[in-house]
Design a protein around this ligand. Sequence first.
Ligand SMILES: NC(=O)c1ccc[n+]([C@@H]2O[C@H](COP(=O)([O-])OP(=O)(O)OC[C@H]3O[C@@H](n4cnc5c(N)ncnc54)[C@H](OP(=O)(O)O)[C@@H]3O)[C@@H](O)[C@H]2O)c1
Length: 244
Amino acid sequence: MTVLLLGGIAEARALAARLSAEGVDVLTCLAGAVTHTAAPSGRVRVGGFGGVDGLARYLHDERIDLVVDATHPFAARITQNAAQACTLTGTPLLRLSRPGWSTHPDAGSWHWVESLAQAKQVAEALGQRVFLSIGRQQLDEFADWTDRAVLVRMVEPPERLPQGWTLILARGPFTVPDERTLLRDHAIEVLVTKDSGGAATAAKLGAATLEGVPVVIVRRPPDPPGVPVVPSVPEALAWVLSRR
Ligand SMILES: NC(=O)c1ccc[n+]([C@@H]2O[C@H](COP(=O)([O-])OP(=O)(O)OC[C@H]3O[C@@H](n4cnc5c(N)ncnc54)[C@H](OP(=O)(O)O)[C@@H]3O)[C@@H](O)[C@H]2O)c1
């Protein structure tokens, strides 16, 4: 049995290791956005497929039996493409999507918004000194924030960083005390983030509450209808193994 695993986050890597240990032929596919990570267990393919038709062709040509979409909750295009390509080819598809932060004890006090554009608008009214914790791919949407103090943190440097912004390169997990220190050291007045979920980067949220920093958070895009979703690696592993 060959499983195509759409990856890009830690859960995908963990699932690849578990599947390989079970003797499953697992082919992890990565967009190639981040370069400095060790290769996952099993086979690895890097690069896009060329949209829905390209992915459907690939599933057919490589005789893929199952697909697990373990991409980031905000990687909406590949998730939609996978749903359509699997429908076209009749390939069973599972979405592995870690829980978001909507059940966090502080979630009721956050400013929930539908898009980064809306997040920008809301944050502008909340403060001049911003911790923009959204990864590195969509910084351009905030590029005209040259009149404020913007702190960004990411794993790898972005192609462009607007003038005057402060860049920190770091990979989680982060702790609440360290995040409090970060907020204080940079005199942060507002935190802008996405509902990515996961324990590794959740500490900033608790730290923001403790430091009295308002949080603006972008809701997740919806998962494609009709695709089964599991929240963690063990459930995804069980789904695959039950189809062996
Ligand atoms: N968005 C985030 O905040 C975020 C954060 C951390 C990690 N990531 C990871 O980074 C990758 C890119 O994210 P994104 O938001 O740019 O995705 P996206 O907008 O959904 O996808 C853009 C295009 O990149 C290609 N692609 C994406 N994921 C792929 C994968 N796992 N394997 C092969 N091709 C892939 C596809 O190209 P084709 O149409 O040519 O097939 C897709 O149409 C994802 O795999 C995601 O898991 C994203």
